[in-house]
Design a protein around this ligand. Sequence first.
Ligand SMILES: [Zn+2]
Length: 200
Amino acid sequence: MSLPGPVLRACPVAVALSVCLALTRVAAAQHTETRTTYHVVNPPPCTNNKGETVRFIDRSSGGVGAAAGMAIRDRSGQPVVFRSNFAATPPEFQSFIDRHECAHHQTGDVDRPPPPQNSPEYLMTESISDCIAILRLRDEEGYDRAALGKVAATMRHDMAKIGFPEISISSRIRNIDNCYTKYGAPQDFINGVLKQRGRP
Ligand SMILES: [Zn+2]
């Protein structure tokens, strides 16, 4: 069986691969910073839109690096989430990254041709994944406003460190806050996305 087109869809939670250069700069700066390491949380259950179980695989650079996730199909075509440097960020944000990446599998993003980096369509898929992640944390993990605040604060810290402009950071956090407040069950939200994209 041959896999269609680009089966790989990379998505670090920090939003864009185009920030990799910025990450390198940050890595150099971090050598002088005292680094805290955190307990790495267990990944959540994750099933994609085709009913396949998604595996989570821990990867650490062994050195300095921002926590990030990547939703992808591995060489054998199995859906996976790679977790990079999770010990570098607090458990609440690790949990958010896991569910954000899972959402790229749940909505079928992983099996669609990736939209151009930072295009409106690309940013929309990121907003949708953020939304599903926070709805799951709210409904499945009981995240209250304080826990939501912790996710937002860590996101702000990590994104600022990588060099994102304030406008990107605040709009991302506003979207998450809006989802937390206004939307219902995560599965209903996912079903709405799939339906809008013409998938049952
Ligand atoms: Zn993403």
